[in-house]
Design a protein around this ligand. Structure first.
Ligand code: F6P
Length: 547
């Protein structure tokens, strides 16, 4: 079945939500708590090692009910079935979307064009396993017989962000291998990495689904030239492996066919870390941990497929985001993990969310008449508190935020962790309650601040509160829980794309800049600046003259 093409604003639920919004925009979360003592029990979900409390939102039970109605009216149930069963839901690229198959159990049957892909998926998984074990144990060596000490992942976008985020997030579980990432075509990036490396003991993993990406090919060529200063051409086979769908181009680069880890066109770049794109992850933390990551994701898949929408974590997070995006006019969402390990989680999800849902044409081929894709940003707490929280607390914009925290720290330091988590809880409470004029005045009185000064300072010290947050409290950061967490957000992206009636799995919007860059490259290398708008011509001439 093809996905429905329902304009969400034409649904009954949307109309009811518009009416309901008239009431809710005047409500405060504090009042909502006061009017319903059982609110917290109703508005939370506990699942495996996850607890999601979404009671600190500007919603009531009717809001949830109407959002679920909207999800039903746009055909979410059928869309989920299509998503998992290999239907061609990425219609503009004529592809199925099956990153979920990569973490499915071996006995699952997932057909693409009538052929079950699971045997191939497991063949590649076994190849990842075997390769990982050989590299980690030192059986597989470099051209001088020494075991590998360093791994370099060469890729960009989905071929970089996912592995880089997970390697950093799971560094507690890592082995002796040092892992590096080269992504930017900025030559200084690759040089800074190369200066740390010994060619004899470094393994390069070139990750490119298409093997046509300028950044990755340029970096790979530069690295190969550097490598060949010490080694011979035939040594390339021992030190370079590739993850790609494009076997022809990979072999043309000089990589041995046995060192190619295949992937498939039904794996989107930004959802590909579960495939051999995650090879660097597997090398870094070992195959068993990599497999736990996949297992955690698979459990979230099952939850998403089977839980009722009002108890379904990805569905609820997605629908709450629709509520703020389309009714309150919120433009962005903050993602604040209270662990330094998840430093790259927001940048990773920026690609996931914004490349997927940054679309303005509906599945009916017509421009949409409502807002789509949210802007995602964030940094770990408590650092974020000392950076941009001022604006969330007292600025003019409504910024719903997800707070992600863990009950148990990995090194067991209760002193630090209790301080970290007290901030975690304090912030969502502060964002909700704010601080009233009466409370501020009381503090002034206690501090003995004179009336004139108090009167001047009072408006600046007030916090209006009523800032919505979701609290995602997870038992411990493990490969398994991280897998579930990533899958949670992947499915949130999917649900939003369905509601907004857009195609979430293509990315035509990145093409124009690439095309123009190629033609400008030809001009700046030949120093012949062609006709451009006057600003671009002015800049190009300055660059060409002074380079
Ligand atoms: O930025 C566009 C994009 O196509 C992403 O979707 C993708 O993750 C990235 O480029 C890298 O592509 P490839 O893996 O083919 O090199």
């Amino acid at each position: 079945m093809a996905l429905d093409t329902i304009n969400p604003t034409n649904t009954n639920a949307w109309k009811k939500l518009e009416l309901h919004f008239q009431t809710m925009q005047k409500a405060t979360i504090q009042d909502l708590f006061e009017s319903d003592p059982a609110r917290t029990e109703k508005l939370n979900i506990q699942w495996n090692d996850f607890l999601i409390d979404y009671s600190k939102n500007i919603i009531d039970e009717e809001t949830v009910q109407l959002l679920v109605e909207l999800a039903n009216e746009v055909g979410l149930k059928a869309a989920i079935a299509d998503y998992f069963d290999g239907t061609v839901i990425n219609k503009t690229e004529s592809r199925a979307v099956l990153h979920t198959a990569l973490r499915a159990v071996e006995s699952a049957v997932v057909n693409v064009d009538g052929i079950n892909v699971m045997p191939e998926v497991y063949e590649v998984k076994n190849k990842i396993k075997g390769f990982t074990n050989e590299v980690v144990s030192g059986i597989r060596t470099g051209y001088t017989g020494k075991p590998f000490t360093d791994i370099v992942n060469i890729g960009i976008g989905g071929s970089d962000l996912g592995p880089a985020m997970v390697v950093e997030a799971l560094q507690f579980y890592k082995n002796h291998l040092n892992v590096h990432f080269v992504s930017n075509v900025d030559g200084d990036h690759v040089q800074e990495i190369l200066k740390k490396l010994n060619p004899e003991t470094t393994l390069f993993v070139i990750v490119s689904k298409t093997f046509t990406t300028q950044e990755t090919l340029t970096n790979s060529e530069t690295i190969k030239d550097w490598f060949l200063k010490s080694a011979k051409q035939e040594d390339v086979a021992k030190h370079f492996v590739a993850v790609s769908t494009n076997l022809e181009k990979v072999t043309a680069f000089g990589i041995d066919a046995s060192n190619v880890f295949p992937m498939w066109d039904w794996v989107g770049g930004r959802f590909s870390l579960w495939s051999a794109v995650g090879l660097t992850v597997s090398l870094s933390i070992g195959y068993d941990n990599f497999n736990s990551l996949l297992k955690g994701a698979n459990e979230m898949d099952e939850h998403f497929k089977t839980a009722d929408f009002d108890k379904n974590m990805p569905v609820l997070l997605a629908m709450l985001s629709v509520w703020y995006n389309n009714f309150f006019g919120a433009e962005s969402e903050a993602l604040i993990p209270y662990t330094q390990y998840l430093q790259k989680f927001a940048p990773y999800l920026q690609q996931g969310t914004m490349e997927s849902n940054g679309k303005s044409v509906g599945r009916d081929g017509k421009p949409v008449n409502y807002q789509t894709g949210t802007i995602i940003w964030g940094e770990p707490g408590t650092n974020a508190q000392h950076a941009f929280f001022q604006l969330i607390h007292q600025g003019t914009k409504l910024i719903p935020a997800d707070f992600i925290g863990f009950v148990t720290p990995l090194y067991g330091d209760a002193n630090h962790h209790d301080k970290l988590m007290s901030n975690f809880f304090a912030q969502t409470e502060a964002l909700m309650h704010g601080k009233s004029a009466t409370q501020v005045q009381k503090e002034f009185d206690l501090q003995g601040i004179i009336a004139e000064k108090a009167e001047f300072l009072l408006p600046y010290k007030i916090f209006s509160g009523n800032k919505p947050t979701n609290t995602i409290l997870i038992q411990k950061l493990t490969p398994h829980t991280l897998g579930s967490l990533i899958a949670l957000y992947e499915h949130k992206i999917f649900v939003q794309g369905i509601v907004w009636n857009i195609f979430s799995f293509d990315q035509w919007g990145v093409e124009l800049g690439k095309q123009l860059a190629n033609s400008i490259l030809a001009e700046i290398t030949t120093k012949e600046v062609q006709s451009h708008d006057s600003s671009t011509a002015f800049l190009l001439n300055h660059f060409v003259k002074n380079k």
